[in-house]
Design a protein around this ligand. Structure first.
Ligand SMILES: Cc1cc2nc3c(=O)[nH]c(=O)nc-3n(C[C@H](O)[C@H](O)[C@H](O)COP(=O)(O)O)c2cc1C
Length: 215
Protein backbone atom coordinates (compact mmCIF):
# COMPACT_ATOMS: atom_id res chain seq x y z
CA UNK A 1 0.00 0.00 0.00
CA UNK A 2 1.38 3.43 -0.90
CA UNK A 3 2.08 5.96 1.84
CA UNK A 4 -0.74 8.25 0.79
CA UNK A 5 -3.34 5.53 0.32
CA UNK A 6 -4.08 4.48 3.88
CA UNK A 7 -7.79 4.92 4.50
CA UNK A 8 -8.75 7.63 6.92
CA UNK A 9 -10.92 6.80 9.89
CA UNK A 10 -14.58 6.22 9.09
CA UNK A 11 -15.85 6.98 12.59
CA UNK A 12 -18.89 9.17 12.18
CA UNK A 13 -20.48 9.76 15.56
CA UNK A 14 -19.21 10.85 18.95
CA UNK A 15 -18.65 7.38 20.30
CA UNK A 16 -14.99 6.45 20.26
CA UNK A 17 -14.19 3.04 18.81
CA UNK A 18 -11.91 0.81 20.83
CA UNK A 19 -9.66 -1.98 19.60
CA UNK A 20 -8.63 -4.59 22.16
CA UNK A 21 -5.76 -6.76 20.91
CA UNK A 22 -5.87 -9.70 23.31
CA UNK A 23 -2.76 -11.89 23.43
CA UNK A 24 -2.68 -15.02 25.55
CA UNK A 25 -0.95 -18.14 24.23
CA UNK A 26 -2.96 -20.50 26.49
CA UNK A 27 -6.33 -18.80 27.05
CA UNK A 28 -7.93 -22.02 28.30
CA UNK A 29 -5.66 -21.75 31.35
CA UNK A 30 -6.28 -18.05 31.89
CA UNK A 31 -7.89 -17.02 35.18
CA UNK A 32 -7.85 -13.28 34.53
CA UNK A 33 -7.35 -12.11 30.97
CA UNK A 34 -9.88 -14.36 29.30
CA UNK A 35 -12.67 -12.76 31.36
CA UNK A 36 -11.57 -9.23 30.48
CA UNK A 37 -11.48 -10.28 26.85
CA UNK A 38 -14.99 -11.74 27.07
CA UNK A 39 -16.26 -8.57 28.77
CA UNK A 40 -14.74 -6.44 26.02
CA UNK A 41 -16.43 -8.60 23.35
CA UNK A 42 -19.85 -7.71 24.81
CA UNK A 43 -19.46 -3.96 24.38
CA UNK A 44 -20.85 -2.54 21.13
CA UNK A 45 -18.13 0.06 20.63
CA UNK A 46 -15.30 -2.42 21.15
CA UNK A 47 -13.62 -4.68 18.62
CA UNK A 48 -11.96 -7.44 20.63
CA UNK A 49 -9.45 -9.55 18.70
CA UNK A 50 -7.84 -12.77 19.95
CA UNK A 51 -4.50 -12.30 18.21
CA UNK A 52 -3.14 -15.81 18.92
CA UNK A 53 -6.37 -17.43 17.71
CA UNK A 54 -6.38 -15.34 14.55
CA UNK A 55 -2.71 -15.96 13.77
CA UNK A 56 -1.70 -19.35 15.23
CA UNK A 57 1.26 -19.46 12.82
CA UNK A 58 2.22 -15.80 13.46
CA UNK A 59 1.26 -15.06 9.85
CA UNK A 60 -0.11 -11.63 10.65
CA UNK A 61 -2.16 -9.99 7.89
CA UNK A 62 -0.46 -6.60 7.87
CA UNK A 63 -2.95 -4.77 5.65
CA UNK A 64 -5.94 -6.07 7.65
CA UNK A 65 -4.36 -5.07 10.95
CA UNK A 66 -3.38 -1.64 9.67
CA UNK A 67 -6.97 -1.06 8.56
CA UNK A 68 -8.20 -2.17 11.96
CA UNK A 69 -5.89 0.29 13.68
CA UNK A 70 -6.98 3.12 11.40
CA UNK A 71 -10.65 2.40 12.13
CA UNK A 72 -10.33 2.76 15.90
CA UNK A 73 -9.58 5.67 18.22
CA UNK A 74 -8.31 3.73 21.20
CA UNK A 75 -5.79 0.88 20.85
CA UNK A 76 -5.29 -1.52 23.77
CA UNK A 77 -2.76 -4.33 24.08
CA UNK A 78 -4.34 -6.77 26.57
CA UNK A 79 -2.05 -9.51 27.91
CA UNK A 80 -0.48 -11.29 30.86
CA UNK A 81 2.97 -9.91 31.64
CA UNK A 82 5.53 -12.45 30.39
CA UNK A 83 9.17 -11.88 31.25
CA UNK A 84 8.42 -8.22 32.00
CA UNK A 85 7.15 -7.81 28.46
CA UNK A 86 4.35 -8.81 26.10
CA UNK A 87 3.69 -12.36 24.94
CA UNK A 88 5.70 -12.78 21.75
CA UNK A 89 2.90 -12.31 19.24
CA UNK A 90 2.42 -8.69 20.27
CA UNK A 91 6.09 -8.03 19.53
CA UNK A 92 5.60 -9.69 16.13
CA UNK A 93 2.50 -7.55 15.63
CA UNK A 94 4.50 -4.37 16.31
CA UNK A 95 7.39 -5.48 14.12
CA UNK A 96 5.16 -6.23 11.13
CA UNK A 97 2.17 -3.91 11.40
CA UNK A 98 3.74 -0.65 12.58
CA UNK A 99 5.54 -0.06 9.32
CA UNK A 100 7.60 2.94 8.27
CA UNK A 101 5.32 5.22 6.25
CA UNK A 102 2.28 3.90 8.14
CA UNK A 103 2.98 4.36 11.84
CA UNK A 104 6.14 6.49 11.78
CA UNK A 105 8.60 8.16 9.45
CA UNK A 106 7.78 10.07 6.28
CA UNK A 107 4.01 10.02 5.74
CA UNK A 108 3.57 7.69 8.71
CA UNK A 109 0.73 9.42 10.49
CA UNK A 110 -1.97 6.71 10.53
CA UNK A 111 -1.94 6.39 14.33
CA UNK A 112 -1.67 10.08 15.14
CA UNK A 113 -3.77 11.21 18.14
CA UNK A 114 -5.16 7.76 18.95
CA UNK A 115 -5.06 6.68 22.59
CA UNK A 116 -2.87 3.70 23.47
CA UNK A 117 -2.41 1.71 26.64
CA UNK A 118 -1.73 -1.78 27.95
CA UNK A 119 -4.19 -3.82 30.00
CA UNK A 120 -2.00 -6.30 31.83
CA UNK A 121 -1.97 -8.82 34.60
CA UNK A 122 1.21 -9.51 36.51
CA UNK A 123 1.92 -12.48 38.73
CA UNK A 124 4.08 -10.29 40.97
CA UNK A 125 2.54 -8.23 43.74
CA UNK A 126 2.28 -4.46 43.47
CA UNK A 127 4.96 -3.95 46.15
CA UNK A 128 7.36 -6.07 44.08
CA UNK A 129 7.05 -3.55 41.24
CA UNK A 130 8.90 -0.71 42.99
CA UNK A 131 12.45 0.55 42.50
CA UNK A 132 13.37 -0.85 45.92
CA UNK A 133 11.20 -3.94 45.49
CA UNK A 134 11.78 -7.49 44.23
CA UNK A 135 11.52 -6.53 40.53
CA UNK A 136 13.52 -3.27 40.84
CA UNK A 137 11.31 -1.34 38.44
CA UNK A 138 7.78 -0.01 38.47
CA UNK A 139 5.36 -1.34 35.90
CA UNK A 140 5.40 2.00 34.09
CA UNK A 141 9.18 1.83 33.87
CA UNK A 142 9.06 -1.71 32.50
CA UNK A 143 6.55 -0.65 29.84
CA UNK A 144 8.71 2.20 28.57
CA UNK A 145 9.45 0.59 25.18
CA UNK A 146 5.69 0.60 24.55
CA UNK A 147 5.40 4.15 25.85
CA UNK A 148 8.10 5.22 23.40
CA UNK A 149 6.40 3.21 20.61
CA UNK A 150 3.30 5.29 21.29
CA UNK A 151 5.36 8.47 21.30
CA UNK A 152 7.11 7.86 17.99
CA UNK A 153 3.80 6.92 16.37
CA UNK A 154 2.19 10.10 17.76
CA UNK A 155 -0.32 8.25 19.89
CA UNK A 156 -1.32 9.49 23.33
CA UNK A 157 0.01 7.06 25.92
CA UNK A 158 -2.11 6.30 28.97
CA UNK A 159 -1.07 4.47 32.13
CA UNK A 160 -1.43 0.69 32.14
CA UNK A 161 -4.60 -0.90 33.49
CA UNK A 162 -2.92 -3.45 35.72
CA UNK A 163 -3.88 -6.28 38.04
CA UNK A 164 -1.05 -7.41 40.29
CA UNK A 165 -0.81 -10.70 42.16
CA UNK A 166 -2.84 -12.21 39.35
CA UNK A 167 -2.16 -15.83 40.25
CA UNK A 168 -4.00 -15.44 43.56
CA UNK A 169 -6.66 -12.98 42.34
CA UNK A 170 -9.30 -15.65 41.75
CA UNK A 171 -9.13 -17.27 45.19
CA UNK A 172 -8.87 -13.85 46.82
CA UNK A 173 -12.02 -12.80 45.00
CA UNK A 174 -10.43 -9.77 43.34
CA UNK A 175 -11.38 -10.51 39.74
CA UNK A 176 -15.00 -9.34 39.69
CA UNK A 177 -14.02 -5.85 40.94
CA UNK A 178 -11.26 -5.67 38.35
CA UNK A 179 -13.71 -6.69 35.60
CA UNK A 180 -16.14 -3.97 36.71
CA UNK A 181 -13.37 -1.38 36.57
CA UNK A 182 -12.43 -2.63 33.09
CA UNK A 183 -15.95 -2.31 31.74
CA UNK A 184 -16.30 1.12 33.33
CA UNK A 185 -13.00 2.20 31.81
CA UNK A 186 -13.97 0.99 28.33
CA UNK A 187 -17.32 2.78 28.56
CA UNK A 188 -15.59 5.94 29.81
CA UNK A 189 -13.16 5.86 26.91
CA UNK A 190 -15.98 5.32 24.42
CA UNK A 191 -18.02 8.21 25.75
CA UNK A 192 -15.06 10.43 26.71
CA UNK A 193 -16.03 10.40 30.39
CA UNK A 194 -12.39 10.31 31.34
CA UNK A 195 -9.85 12.80 32.66
CA UNK A 196 -7.08 12.21 30.12
CA UNK A 197 -4.47 14.21 32.04
CA UNK A 198 -4.94 11.97 35.06
CA UNK A 199 -5.13 8.86 32.86
CA UNK A 200 -1.75 9.76 31.38
CA UNK A 201 -0.02 10.44 34.67
CA UNK A 202 -1.43 7.96 37.16
CA UNK A 203 0.59 4.78 37.86
CA UNK A 204 -2.32 2.39 37.25
CA UNK A 205 -5.55 3.11 35.35
CA UNK A 206 -7.30 0.68 37.68
CA UNK A 207 -6.90 3.37 40.38
CA UNK A 208 -8.51 6.11 38.28
CA UNK A 209 -11.79 7.47 39.60
CA UNK A 210 -14.40 7.48 36.83
CA UNK A 211 -17.84 9.01 37.17
CA UNK A 212 -20.82 8.74 34.88
CA UNK A 213 -19.37 6.33 32.33
CA UNK A 214 -21.94 3.56 32.75
CA UNK A 215 -25.01 5.80 32.76
C1 LIG B 1 6.12 -17.47 30.47
C2 LIG B 1 5.63 -16.68 31.64
C3 LIG B 1 6.34 -15.54 32.01
C4 LIG B 1 5.87 -14.76 33.08
N1 LIG B 1 6.54 -13.62 33.40
C5 LIG B 1 6.09 -12.85 34.41
C6 LIG B 1 6.77 -11.64 34.73
O1 LIG B 1 7.76 -11.23 34.13
N2 LIG B 1 6.27 -10.90 35.77
C7 LIG B 1 5.14 -11.27 36.46
O2 LIG B 1 4.74 -10.54 37.37
N3 LIG B 1 4.47 -12.39 36.15
C8 LIG B 1 4.92 -13.19 35.14
N4 LIG B 1 4.24 -14.32 34.80
C9 LIG B 1 2.96 -14.61 35.47
C10 LIG B 1 1.81 -14.15 34.58
O3 LIG B 1 1.85 -12.75 34.41
C11 LIG B 1 0.48 -14.59 35.17
O4 LIG B 1 0.47 -15.99 35.08
C12 LIG B 1 -0.68 -13.98 34.44
O5 LIG B 1 -0.74 -12.61 34.73
C13 LIG B 1 -1.99 -14.62 34.85
O6 LIG B 1 -2.99 -14.19 33.94
P1 LIG B 1 -3.97 -15.25 33.27
O7 LIG B 1 -4.71 -15.90 34.42
O8 LIG B 1 -4.86 -14.48 32.38
O9 LIG B 1 -3.11 -16.24 32.54
C14 LIG B 1 4.70 -15.14 33.77
C15 LIG B 1 4.02 -16.30 33.39
C16 LIG B 1 4.48 -17.06 32.35
C17 LIG B 1 3.72 -18.30 31.96
Amino acid sequence: MKNDSYPTSTIANNTKRILVLFAHPVPQQSEVNIFLFEDAQLLPNVTAVDVYAEYPDFNINVIKEQERLVNHDVIIFQYPLYWYSTPSILKEYQDLVLEYGFAYGKGGTALKDKLFFCAISAGGKEEAYQTDGFNHFTIRQLLQPLEQMASITNMTYLAPFALFGSRSASREDRISTHREKWTTLLNALATEHIDLDRAKNIENLADLTINGANE
